[in-house]
Design a protein around this ligand. Structure first.
Ligand code: F6P
Length: 263
C-alpha cells in the first residue's frame, strides 16, 4: 500500500490507484453508491490513466463474476480497452451487447467489444444485428426475430452491465447525429450520455437513440452496474449521471472528475 500515493513510482499500476482512501472515501460519504474507485490524474491528458480505468473495471468485474454469468456490455473507447486486462477465471461467461447500433465506429461498438471480452475471458458472446435510429415499425418487427429476441432476454436476465459515460454533445458529434437530434439535445440542455440515453444536468432524459436492448429502468434490477469515465470534458456528464444512477452502481472515475464531484 506504500506505493499508492504518487504517480510515477516504481510500480506505476499500484501508484495510480486511490481506490479505498482519500477521494474515494469522501465521495462515498456524498454519494450512496455500491462502490467508488478513483484513479489519479486526467484520462484525457494521460492515456495511461484511461488504461487504469479499464484495468480496474476488468479486475472489479472479475471479482464479481461467477461461472455462467451473463454480462451486458456497452460501447465506447474506454470499454474497448477493458478486454486488454480481462483474464480467464470463470467458466461459461456470456457477454452480450447492451443495446443495438448507436452510430459509433466499429471498434467502439459493443458488438466488437463483446467479442474481444469473450476471447480474453475464454467465454462466449452474442452479436446484436440492429441498426441505430430505425423506424418504429422496423424496430417492432426486428424484436420478433429469434436472434434479436434472445439478446433482449439475455439483457433482461444479465447480472451486470458495464458501460462508459460521455459528454452529450461530444457523443452526438462522434455519432454524426442529424440536425433535428442536435436541436433536441441543445434545447434540452443535454450534458451527458450513456449507452444511447442523453440526459440533462438533473439526470432527466432528453433524448434516447431508437434501438433495441437495455433500458434505463432495467438498471436497478442488476446485481451491479459498472460505470466508467475519465477526463475533464466528462465531469458535468458524470455529475448528472449520478442523479439517475441506481444504488447498485460501482463507479470508476479519474481524479479530475472526482474533484469536480466534491467541489
Ligand atoms: O457508446 C457507448 C458509450 O458507452 C456511451 O454510452 C458513452 O457515452 C461512451 O461510450 C463513452 O465513450 P468513451 O469511452 O469513448 O468516451
Amino acid at each position: 500500500a506504500g506505493g499508492r500515493e504518487v504517480l510515477g513510482e516504481v510500480q506505476p499500476f499500484l501508484t495510480l490507484i486511490e481506490s479505498r482512501d482519500d477521494l474515494a472515501l469522501q465521495l462515498k460519504n456524498n454519494y450512496p453508491l455500491k462502490d467508488i474507485f478513483v484513479v489519479r490524474g486526467d484520462a484525457e491528458e494521460n492515456a495511461f490513466v484511461k488504461e487504469e480505468l479499464a484495468r480496474l473495471m476488468a479486475e472489479e468485474l472479475t471479482e464479481a463474476l461467477s461461472p455462467g454469468t451473463v454480462v451486458s456490455v456497452a460501447g465506447g473507447s474506454t470499454m474497448a480497452l477493458v478486454s486488454k486486462f480481462l483474464r480467464p477465471k470463470h467458466d461459461n461467461l456470456l457477454f452480450v451487447p447492451a443495446r443495438g447500433g448507436l452510430g459509433e465506429e466499429p471498434a467502439y461498438q459493443s458488438n466488437d467489444i463483446v467479442a474481444n471480452l469473450a476471447e480474453a475471458a475464454e467465454g462466449q458472446h452474442r452479436i446484436l444485428y440492429a441498426p441505430d435510429s430505425i423506424s418504429e415499425a422496423s424496430l417492432e418487427s426486428l424484436k420478433a426475430e429469434p436472434m434479436v429476441r434472445e439478446i433482449i432476454d439475455l439483457n433482461r436476465r444479465s447480472a451486470f452491465l458495464i458501460h462508459g459515460i460521455g459528454d452529450a454533445l461530444e457523443m452526438a458529434r462522434r455519432r454524426k447525429v442529424d440536425e433535428e437530434t442536435l436541436r433536441i439535445l441543445t434545447e434540452g440542455e443535454a450534458v451527458g450520455e450513456t449507452f444511447g440515453f442523453y440526459f440533462n444536468a438533473d439526470g432527466e432524459l432528453v433524448h434516447k437513440v431508437k434501438t433495441i436492448g437495455l433500458q434505463l429502468g432495467d438498471l436497478d434490477k442488476k446485481e451491479s452496474i459498472f460505470a466508467v469515465a475519465g477526463g475533464e470534458s466528462k465531469k458535468e456528464a458524470v455529475k448528472a449521471y449520478l442523479k439517475l444512477a441506481p444504488e447498485n452502481t460501482i463507479l470508476i472515475i479519474d481524479e479530475v472528475i472526482a474533484r469536480h464531484l466534491l467541489a
